[in-house]
Design a protein around this ligand. Structure first.
Ligand code: NAG
Length: 146
């Protein structure tokens, strides 16, 4: 109980940039093998690229789909974020989530716990009831090789 309170107080007192426990910049992979690359840019904006190996209506990896990632993130030790990709065929996916360190004893091992919505284009507004899918994604950071 006391320990929890102490940790919470410590987290509040750490200045946003100095005490960051989780850092979105870098390469991330999800369970399906899709790759999310977040470039170093500002502390509030997310720029990057997303390579998906799964496609709507296809089971298992097909030829990869690539998209530009654009989003925002919060400050703080465990930043929350939202980012979107718009795909060639006219669909758009948005993710929201939060960055957490993995408690496996390896500093730098981190994960992104996210939820996504995928909107496919409808021919007409009457068809939108079947146009949105929802899912969960966990991304794991690929450690720096240098
Ligand atoms: C953030 O993570 C990237 C990739 O792992 C690393 O290169 C960079 O030094 C880290 N930045 C900070 C401020 O820790």
């Amino acid at each position: 109980m006391f320990r929890g309170i102490t940790i919470s107080l410590l987290l509040c007192w750490i200045p946003a940039s100095a005490g960051q426990l989780c850092n979105l910049t870098g390469m991330w992979l999800n369970d399906l093998g899709s790759a999310l690359q977040i470039y170093p840019s500002s502390t509030t904006d997310i720029q990057g690229s997303f390579t998906s190996v799964v496609k709507l209506g296809e089971r298992g990896p097909g030829s990869p789909l690539k998209g530009r990632v654009s989003g925002v993130m919060s400050s703080g030790p465990l930043p929350t974020f939202g980012f979107s990709v718009s795909w060639e065929k006219g669909s758009t996916t948005s993710w929201v989530g939060q960055c957490f360190p993995l408690m496996d004893g390896h500093p730098g091992h981190q994960m992104l716990k996210t939820l996504w919505l995928l909107r496919s284009p409808a021919e007409a507004s009457e068809d939108i009831w079947q146009s949105t899918r929802i899912g969960e994604d966990t991304f794991y950071k690929v450690p720096d090789t240098m």
